[in-house]
Design a protein around this ligand. Structure first.
Ligand SMILES: Nc1ncnc2c1ncn2[C@@H]1O[C@H](COP(=O)(O)OP(=O)(O)OP(=O)(O)O)[C@@H](O)[C@H]1O
Length: 228
């Protein structure tokens, strides 16, 4: 479902004398439906860079990334938009929303973008917000003023409201209390159960042990490691 083949990436720092940073070479992995794979490796090893390339935000310099049959590394922007709408969800560490959009709407939006009627989309959004213990009194407010943990749960609700066949998760259990952390792990298990392919960064070792079928250490994709 999520495939990376021989992916390479370098950054050119134009404002720093054109310095070229080679950060990745020969990165290959595959995540099958129903599987959860954790990206590991020290800080700066390239976990976020690989996730951003799969999400289609960073260009792939060499190799191929295919998600749900779409070649992300060569796709047109409109294909990436369609992929993100129906196939690939992404729960980033930070919630990015337009100001003044109420929380219930923020969570319902992915479903409405897929053509679901507003009433059904908001009902499903409400079920998930309640499950993630966001007080109903907050649903009509913009999440921009919410606490860090509340924002993260809104972000998670948005990422799980549609049964995406593939999901990218960036530290989904960070900054959550025990009960909410457990609920998020249940949501991830349910997604796996329905065949979702999940690739994530999990610094939470307990969550990694409970959820992940395999670990992929991106240190093996550093150019100096590949050359050795
Ligand atoms: N936009 C960018 N421009 C220049 N260099 C970048 C950019 N994004 C990442 N890098 C560099 O790529 C390398 C890998 O960074 P990345 O954020 O992918 O690591 P990480 O494994 O996710 O680290 P962490 O666990 O600290 O988040 C780092 O050396 C970083 O400086």
């Amino acid at each position: 479902m999520i495939i990376a083949e021989n992916v390479a990436k370098e950054f050119t720092l134009h404002n720093q004398g054109g310095t070229v940073l080679r950060v990745m070479e020969g990165a290959s992995l595959a995540v099958a439906p129903g599987e959860c794979v954790a990206l590991t490796g020290a800080s700066g090893a390239g976990k976020s860079t690989l996730m951003r390339m799969i999400w289609g935000n960073y260009r792939t310099d060499a190799g191929r990334i295919v998600v749900g049959g779409v070649d992300v590394s060569r796709a047109e922007p409109r294909q990436i938009i369609a992929l993100r709408r129906a196939t690939l969800g992404y729960v980033s560490q930070f919630l990015r929303v337009l100001p003044r959009v109420p929380t219930l709407r923020v969570v319902a939006e992915p479903l409405m973008a897929l053509g679901l009627p507003e009433a059904e989309a908001t009902e499903r959004a409400g079920v998930l917000l309640a499950r993630l213990r966001i007080a109903e009194s907050l649903w009509g407010l913009s999440p921009t003023t919410f606490s860090g943990g509340e924002q993260q749960r809104v972000n998670i609700a948005r990422g799980f409201v549609h049964p995406y066949p593939a999901l990218l998760l960036d530290e989904p259990t960070a900054s959550l209390d025990a009960a909410n952390r457990d609920t998020v792990m249940e949501l991830i298990e349910e997604a796996k159960g329905r065949g979702c392919a999940i690739l994530g960064i999990f610094h939470d070792e307990g969550a990694r042990a409970r959820l992940c079928d395999r670990l992929v250490d991106v240190t093996g994709f550093r150019p100096e490691t590949v050359a050795a």
